[in-house]
Design a protein around this ligand. Structure first.
Ligand code: PBG
Length: 336
């Protein structure tokens, strides 16, 4: 009976999945090296690349190695890098004053990369967490129980101008203070950096997936004891409507590119953002998303190459035009 069972079907979607070439014809989403932005960590000195335990294959690089890495990324067709400094603990203070230092590590890194590899797009994080002893993205209120919004924005606007002067193509405010995009746009324009763009971390959630990154830049242990809750400025992962409020504000304040972060656990948000704007949408596949695939692969539980590809495909399919990912180089290599 089962062998003779027949359906009278007009529609058989499997017809288009029958052969590899048919499947290729109907493929809707394709990853390319130019979809990716590589986040890179930079350190002072001339030391060898420093491994980050929770991020296999990712290293903190000295300036010379950073330049080399940018050159090989450009050769592979990766169009952009996002630079993050890991500061010597002795340079950190309560107010993150090293962020406004004229010849700070990140500014030297930007100049070195733009000089050696001018064709690569360079963006830098605008936030104080690598510079503060407490690891928060801004300066604290006098009661020390919250980040002071407006005072922080004033500092970030000055920081953005310094970065623009060093030659970044895009500044990327990742702090989630109210009004920072408008203030930064105004400060850049006032200093005649009208061509320096803003990639806004518009929809950034207070996520547990940032853990490995905080190891990488040393912002996790900065406080020593208390937990690094960023819930008074980063979004509650439960809130979709509130995310859209942030998006609308950043758009109105002049962001050129709007970002959602993290990416994989927030595909619904990426899609919603995509539908709400014609501006380019970026998504950040964060350190914890990278770490979890590596951890499972190490245990032999997941295939790294395939899950890596699938995770990024899903982010692009959800609506991201560009993806910040620690897999950028591996992907560009695999795709070429
Ligand atoms: C901080 C910043 C964070 C990341 C990028 N910029 C961490 C945080 O908000 O604590 C996370 C990136 C990642 O996890 O890969 N301004």
């Amino acid at each position: 009976m089962a062998e003779n069972f027949k359906l009278d079907l007009t529609h058989r979607p499997r017809r288009l999945r029958r052969t590899a070439s048919l499947r290729a014809l109907v493929e809707e989403t394709v990853l390319r090296p130019q979809d990716f932005i590589a986040p890179l960590f930079v350190v002072e000195g001339k030391g060898r690349p420093e491994a980050i335990a929770s991020m296999p294959g990712i290293f903190r690089l000295n300036l010379a190695d950073l330049v080399k890495e940018c050159r090989s990324l450009a050769k592979l067709g990766v169009p952009a890098v996002a630079l993050f400094p890991k500061l010597d603990a002795r340079l950190k203070d309560e107010d993150g004053t090293a962020a406004l230092q004229e010849d700070g590590l990140i500014l030297r890194a930007v100049r070195a990369v733009k000089k050696a590899v001018p064709e690569i797009t360079v963006m830098t994080d605008i936030a104080l967490d690598p510079y503060t002893t407490h690891g928060h993205d801004g300066v604290l209120t006098s009661a020390r129980d919250d980040v002071a919004n407006d005072r922080t924005v004033g500092i970030l606007a000055r920081m953005a101008v310094l970065h623009a002067r060093a030659g970044v193509d895009l500044v990327a405010p990742s702090d989630m203070m109210d009004g920072r995009i408008g203030a930064i746009r105004k400060a850049l324009d006032a200093a005649s950096f009208t061509s320096t763009g803003i990639m806004a971390y518009s929809v950034k959630f207070a996520s547990a997936y940032y853990g490995p990154f905080r190891d990488a830049v040393g912002s996790a242990k900065a406080a020593g004891t208390h937990l690094l809750g960023k819930g008074t400025y980063q979004l509650n992962p439960a809130n979709r409507r509130e995310a859209m409020i942030e998006l609308v504000l950043d758009k109105a304040e002049g962001a050129d590119i709007l970002m959602v972060k993290p990416a994989g656990p927030y595909l619904d948000i990426i899609r919603e953002v995509r539908n709400a704007t014609n501006k380019p949408v970026a998504a950040y596949q964060v350190s914890g998303e990278y770490a979890q695939l590596h951890a499972a692969a190490k245990l032999g539980w997941l295939d790294l190459e395939r899950t890596r590809h699938e995770s990024l495909l899903a982010i692009k399919r959800a609506g991201a035009d560009m993806i910040l990912t620690y897999f950028a180089k591996d992907m560009a290599q695999a795709l070429s």
